[in-house]
Write a protein that binds this ligand. Structure first.
Ligand code: MN
Length: 255
């Protein structure tokens, strides 16, 4: 990491829902954020559920997100390292975005060290106690055989099924998440249990749809990146501290 440069983290854009119009507005907002970040970003981590649904067929990808994908390509062409995590909504990314846009796609966790600090990064799905039903589904959704079978459905059918499903998700129906206690935060519990065997300075996740920054012990910080329908939240690491921030465009502020 070059001194003066920063790492940016954001998650859960859920592009595509709840409606075409609102998603397009969010996409443009995300682009203003990427434009801000490009001036001092060395790396940008987009940590899953960037798309509310994504499936790559051999020769076909879902329509839309043209501005966003173009902007990512522009930034990678400029030399910024962009890392895209698979989320539970968009785990069907294969090699198209790596080839075409120049991003790196991460399937599960990623451990990085920058300026002597160790980061544990993961979208956050299927970790910690509970959620046995999802953990089972994830095995099926991630299986090569199921993905191969799904790919034989015509996109008009496959994507329609996926859209029907995603309409019933928490984010599409705009249910706001609330914090109860650290004990009830599965990802906090997961991070604490990892700390008993290995040291990390930072744990960064998405998935929870609630921006959170929690000090786990004197040397470890847990950050949840929130989501971009309600919060426009993101994190930035400047080489010494990790901050959770909220992106406001000029236009929003003047409303
Ligand atoms: Mn999500």
């Amino acid at each position: 990491m070059t001194s003066g440069k920063k790492l940016y983290f954001a998650s859960d854009f859920h592009l595509g829902v709840p409606s075409y119009e609102s998603s397009l507005e969010r996409e443009k907002r995300i682009i203003t954020w990427l434009e801000m970040a490009r001036s001092d970003a060395e790396e940008i981590y987009l940590m899953g559920d960037v798309f509310d649904f994504w499936f790559e067929y051999k020769h076909v990808i879902p329509k839309g997100f043209v501005r966003f994908l173009g902007k990512l390509a522009e930034l990678t062409d400029q030399g910024i390292n962009i890392v895209l995590f698979k989320g539970n909504h968009d785990m069907w990314m294969f090699d198209y975005l790596e080839k075409e846009i120049g991003v790196t796609v991460i399937s599960d966790e990623l451990i990085i060290e920058r300026f002597g600090k160790r980061f544990y990064l993961h979208h956050g799905d299927g970790l910690g106690p509970g959620d046995a039903k999802y953990k089972f589904l994830k095995k099926i959704f991630r299986s090569k055989t199921c993905q191969w079978l799904f790919s034989w459905l015509h996109p008009s059918i496959g994507i329609a099924i996926a859209k029907y499903w995603s309409k019933s998700s928490r984010i599409a129906s705009n249910q706001k998440e609330t914090f109860v206690s650290e004990e009830k935060e599965w990802l906090v519990q997961f991070s604490k249990s990892l700390l008993t065997s290995e040291h990390f300075d930072y744990f960064i996740f998405g998935h929870r749809h609630l921006p959170l920054s929690i000090q786990l012990d004197h040397a470890s910080q847990y950050v949840n990146l929130g989501e971009w329908i309600n919060y426009n939240s993101y994190a930035v690491f400047d080489g010494s501290t990790l901050q959770l921030l909220y992106w406001e465009t000029e236009r929003q502020r003047s409303v």
